[in-house]
Design a protein around this ligand. Structure first.
Ligand code: FES
Length: 117
């Protein structure tokens, strides 16, 4: 089993901030996002469930104006922060791909097999 990879210091992930990171899974370079919700930290793959494009389209803007949901910049789909569930938009009912994370000694670890680049 591969060692988990540090993707952020927990203290740096405050409400309203979205941390991005790269990793490889199944030999493919991917991007993840990490954010704080009222239920704790959550991480998702940075890919919309409507079309295979980055949620932010490279802009680094991931949240709605009220910072209470994730927004896909392409067609305006809205996803819950805590669950990744799409509640409005063309992929309503689908969920973002959640990434497994864990906090150890103040470090947020990504628990997947391949390495962060
Ligand atoms: S690509 Fe995200 S809503 Fe269409």
């Amino acid at each position: 089993m591969a060692e988990p990879i540090i993707i952020a210091n927990e203290a740096e992930v405050f409400a309203g901030k979205v941390v991005t990171f790269s990793y490889r899974q199944d030999g493919i370079r991917r991007e993840g996002i990490l954010l704080r919700t009222k239920d704790g930290l959550r991480s998702y793959e940075n890919v919309c469930r409507h079309l295979p494009v980055k949620l932010d389209l490279g802009s680094k803007y991931f949240l709605t104006l009220g910072q209470d949901a994730i927004l896909c910049q392409s067609h305006g789909a809205i996803f819950e922060l805590e669950t990744g569930l799409c509640t409005r938009g063309p992929c309503e009912g689908a969920s973002l791909k959640a990434l497994p994370i864990e906090v150890r000694s103040g470090q947020v670890m990504l628990l997947i097999r391949d390495e962060v680049e």
